[in-house]
Each structure stands twice: as C-alpha cells, then as structure tokens.
Design a protein around this ligand. Structure first.
Ligand code: G6P
Length: 465
C-alpha cells in the first residue's frame, strides 16, 4: 500500500459533521472518521439513514463534501427493522455492553443482518479500485470483510470495533457466536479500543475456536489464515477541537451558561440517550449528593445534554421515560422559585457550542456503565482553561479510563461513590485541579485521531508481510 493509496471507509452511518445538532447526536464514530478521511482522497460508503420505497434498493447517491466523497444507499423498512433496530441495536449492542438482560435473539433479525451485509458487499465492490485500502467500522458490519473476499476482493481490509468486546462467558450466549467471529478472522487486521477488549477477544478465539493465538504479536491463526488483532485507543481531532475555543459560537455558549448559573458551579454531562451511558445511575448519584449535603443545593447546577437516539428500539424508549421521571423527581424535591438543580435537555448542539458549555462547567461527568472509549471525556478536558481547569469525573468502565487515570475515577453503579466524587470535585483546590489537568491533557493532545488512524493504517499496510 502506498501512503497515498485511496482510503475507503465503510460504516453503517455516513455523516459528515455539518449543521447544528450534528455533534451531540452522532456519537464518536462519525466525527473520528470524517477527520481520518478529509486529508485523503477518501471515499465513505454506508447507509444514508433514510428509508427507501418498497423492494430491493440499489441506488447509490454520491456527493463530495469537505474533500470527502460519500456514497450512500437507502435501506428498506424491513432492512432497517431487522438489521439496524434489530440485530445491531437489540442484539449486539446490548450484549457487547454487558446488558444480557436487554439482548434479544431472533432468527429473523439475524437473517436481516446477514442480508444487509451482503447488500453492502454487492454495492461497494464495483466502487473499489485495486490499490484501495478498505477500512470497515463497527458492530453493524462484522461479516462484511468475509463477504467482500468471497466476491474476489483482493484489497487489504481492516476492521475496527468502536464498542467493547464482551467477556467470553457473556459472548457465548449469542446464538451462532462462532459463525460471527469466524467471519471476523477474514480481515487482515482487527482493531479494538483497549487492551481489555482485545484480551477478551483473544481469549474467545483461543478457548472457543481453538485458534492459535500469539499474544505478543496479536496474530490469530485459524484454518491456515492469520489475522492480526491489536488495540488502538481512539482520540479526538485535537487540532480541530481545540481551535473551536477561538470561535464566537463557543464564547457565546460559555457566556450563556455562565450567565444562567449566576455563580453556581455548573456540572455537565453530554451523552446520546443510551442505557450504556449510566444516566439514571448518574441522577441517583446526584440525588444522593443533595441528600447528604442539602446545604449545598444552591452551589450546584447539573446540565445533562442527551440527544435522543435509536428511538424505534423499546429499550431506548424506556430509558427516556426513566430519565424524565428521575429528573422530574429531583427537581420536584429540590427546586426553589429561583433554582432548578437539574437541567435535562433532549437535543444536540454543535461542537463549538459544546466546547463553550464544557469550558463553563467546573465538573464534567462521564459515567457510562460500559463504553468502548468515550470521546466526551477527552473533549471535556480539551475545552478546559489551563489556568482554572474543571474536574473530570470518569467511570472506571469507560475505555478512556485506561488512559485517563488522573480523572476522578468512579464506580457508576454506586450512588455513594458518585456523591463522594462530586463533593471532592466541588472542593478541589486549584493546584490539584491543575496537576490533574496537566497530566490528562497530554494524552488528549498526543493520542489524537490522526495518530489513531496512522497507527491502524500502518499496521494494515504491513499485515500481509
Ligand atoms: C456509537 C457507535 C456508532 C454509532 C453511534 C451513534 O458511537 O459505536 O457506530 O454510529 O453510536 O449511533 P447511531 O445508531 O445513531 O448510529
């Protein structure tokens, strides 16, 4: 692969960050990929997010935007129901986030998943050129590499999983789990966010498939074919994100939050409305803090930005209802005529606005129950004023915790632990805040998305040597 070989990214969602609302709603993947593609003659193939009319879909819409060519297809209603709402988001997503209780196993959705992966392979194959480097992303498209190769594709193909890989004991509850992982071993390179997820994957390959696993090199050999599996922690686009601090939009957002909190400490959370993000547990922790320190109700305002996500999936409707109820309960019990302790906002904001909100917030709460990495933790740190930085409270179960040990690490399941961390953060002296910030900003700046892309693609390049 020459360094200027074209990069072809294939993911379920294709979203070039653009207008208001995009940032908060899109999750980490879209922003990271856009950064990876924009400096190259990149092609990004995936679902448009739209539903086609009835019947088989085959029209590819192409568009070039900000240096990136996107090629998108619509999916039929049954494809969306079975592949996206079904197998990807009602089976794999909960299972991979350790929520066996929410995982549904239905034969029809599994078939829809395979059908859409086959459709992706069929439609993208004619777009591929000999030298292209193909990079497939996330749990929606695990079998795609195998499908492409069965159509004669000779390109190097890498796969990156943006979410956790579950422990073997959980993963084996998935019907046909072997079939799914065997397809993964057709990629030349498979990447995970952290060593923990990588170790779980290697453990599965060794114990369940009987593969030959070399922990040192990450080589997994099965049926005479070798795949390399390694960890590549994703980062933010530091240059872009940090430059947003100069924008008028960021400054106005910071002023807006400052003006409205009138001297109280703002504490912020920004998450897609997803049960993996630990939002009800977070509100329980805040409620516990107010119970333990009623005299401090006037010191703190909690702002939770939570754009709705995957609204056609039952478990997402339930989490939304739960949160409305919990936020309502806290506010009902603690509000005064001039004070509402929890501001719960169901919409997205641009990255510039989020930058401003993060900077105005002296505490950032990132407390998922399980998360592949979590880029909000990194963005929160990137937006802080080095002379007066805020404190990041971070779940030990976020992939980011491995790199961000100087955050206040918490167990998000424990309201006491959360309440304690909030008190420590509120009272933390400037000197300690600076020390923690200085240590955290290094990894945010250095382990950025460009480094992530470079490392992954360099390994993909040498994967067949
Ligand atoms: C996570 C996933 C991504 C996904 C994003 C938003 O970050 O890893 O693959 O795109 O959530 O979810 P959505 O279902 O709206 O694409």
């Amino acid at each position: 692969m020459s360094t200027d070989a074209r990069l072809v990214v294939i993911s379920n969602r294709v979203a070039v960050p653009k207008a208001r609302g995009a940032a908060g709603a899109q999750g980490g993947l879209a922003g990271a990929l856009h950064s990876a593609l924009k400096s190259r003659k990149g092609l990004w193939f995936g679902w448009s997010g739209e539903e086609s009319g009835t019947g088989r879909t085959g029209n590819i819409a192409t568009q070039t935007n900000d240096g990136v060519t996107t090629a998108t297809i619509d999916l039929s209603q049954s494809d969306i129901e079975e592949y996206y709402n079904g197998y990807a988001n009602s089976t794999l997503w909960p299972l991979f986030h350790y929520r066996l209780d929410l995982a549904k196993y239905e034969r029809e959705t599994g078939k829809g998943y395979e059908r859409v992966n086959e459709r992706f392979a069929e439609l993208v194959t004619p777009l591929l050129e000999d030298d292209d480097v193909v990079w497939v992303h996330d749990y929606h498209l695990i079998p795609l590499g195998e499908r492409l190769k069965s159509r004669g594709c000779k390109n190097r193909i890498g796969f990156f999983l943006h979410i956790p890989w579950p422990a073997t004991r959980l993963f084996v509850s998935l019907p046909y789990h072997e079939r799914l992982v065997r397809t993964m071993l057709h990629y030349d390179l498979v990447g995970f966010q952290t060593q923990e997820w990588l170790d779980s994957f290697l453990h599965y390959c060794r114990t369940e498939l009987g593969a030959d696993v070399d922990e040192g090199t990450g080589e997994v050999t099965l049926d005479g074919r070798t795949t390399i599996a390694r960890a590549y922690p994703i980062g933010i686009d530091w240059d872009h994100f940090s430059s947003l601090g100069q924008s008028k939009e960021a400054w106005q957002a910071e002023q807006r939050l400052n003006d409205s909190t009138r001297g109280r400490t703002a504490m912020i959370g920004v998450d897609r409305l997803d049960y993996s993000k630990g939002l009800p547990e977070r509100l329980d922790g805040i409620s516990r803090f107010f119970d333990q320190h009623p005299e401090r109700t006037r010191d703190l305002v909690f702002v939770q930005i939570a754009p709705p996500s995957r609204e056609d999936v039952d478990s997402y409707q339930q989490i939304r209802a739960t949160l409305e109820q919990k936020a309502g309960q806290i506010n009902g019990a603690r509000s005064e005529v001039d004070l509402v302790p929890v501001r719960y906002v169901n919409r997205g904001y641009t990255h510039s606005e989020l930058f401003g909100f993060f900077r105005a917030s002296k505490i950032g709460l990132v407390t998922p129950l399980r998360d592949g990495m979590n880029l909000v933790a990194k963005e929160y740190i990137a937006a802080q004023d080095p002379e007066d930085p805020g404190v990041l409270i971070l779940s030990r179960f976020a992939g980011a915790a491995g790199q961000m040990q100087d955050a206040l690490l918490v167990n998000p399941h424990s309201p006491d632990d959360l309440a304690h961390a909030i008190r420590i953060a509120l009272d933390m002296p400037l000197e300690e805040r600076k020390e923690r910030y200085n240590s955290l900003i290094g990894t945010v700046q250095d382990d950025n998305v460009q480094v992530w892309t470079r490392n992954f693609l360099a390994d993909l390049d040498s994967s067949r040597d």
